[in-house]
Design a protein around this ligand. Structure first.
Ligand code: GLP
Length: 222
């Protein structure tokens, strides 16, 4: 699978913003699956600056930590601060997984998302589908693995403050999206990205499932 190598983080951000903009302009009633993490920061900043009409857009976040949604490091707070509070989207159109996992799954089952944007963890996870997750998985509560807790501790005062559990969209659910864009930034991501896109398709590397999707674009910058 081809990994498109972009010049820098700016190019990564505006390339994906172009895809989002084109989708919203083509179909104002669009459904997006959105990521958190450090990689999409630039994308969200770029989207805010474009002043698009989000009035009929529905968004579904990939995952949340099991923690107070008002905490400064919750994914709900991240999305509000970086995107939702800065665009004209209806708060009720911004959905996050919650403990009622069946309900979240149903909302996504009826109509597939037009576009799903993903980051990738250094262990090959997408959303919080850790290595070993079933390719048939749906929205569920998961335990985070050691590597993920370690990687995400940079956002918290100490590694002990990182939540140990999350609610994540499943791999099967992600794969139902009409189009998927995977973004990765930094040399520390290149090895796993290459294994996931060009190695064997295995549940040991959750992102490798994307090789089975017929409309995926993968963007990387150093
Ligand atoms: C986090 C999130 C993922 C994200 C990944 C990469 O744990 N659950 O959805 O894609 O890790 O994050 P970052 O962009 O900060 O490297």
């Amino acid at each position: 699978m081809k990994i498109k190598i972009l010049k820098d983080y700016n190019e990564l951000s505006y390339t994906v913003a172009d895809i989002v903009e084109e989708q919203i302009k083509r179909e104002p009633i669009s459904r997006f699956i959105l990521p958190t993490g450090s990689t999409p920061h630039g994308l969200y900043k770029e989207l805010v600056s474009r002043e698009l009409d989000w009035g009929a857009v529905m968004t579904y976040n990939l995952d949340v930590y099991i923690m107070n949604p008002n905490h400064s490091q919750s994914y709900q707070t991240f999305m509000k601060e970086n995107l939702f509070n800065k665009i004209n989207i209806y708060p009720t159109n911004c959905q996050f997984p919650d403990r009622n996992v069946q309900s979240y799954e149903q909302r996504l089952k009826g109509i597939p998302a037009d576009l799903c944007i993903l980051g990738i963890g250094t262990n090959g996870h997408i959303a919080f589908n850790e290595p070993g997750s079933s390719f048939d998985s749906e929205t569920r509560v998961v335990d985070l693995n050691e590597q993920t807790i370690e990687d995400n501790s940079r956002f918290f005062d100490s590694v002990d403050d990182v939540p140990k559990q999350a609610i994540t969209m499943g791999l099967k659910t992600i794969m139902k999206s009409k189009k998927i864009v995977l973004i990765a930034n930094g040399v520390h991501k290149y090895k796993i990205l290459n294994v996931a896109m060009n190695g064997g398709i295995t549940e040991k590397v959750p992102a490798s499932i994307l090789q089975k999707h017929n409309n995926v674009e993968v963007f990387y910058c150093d």
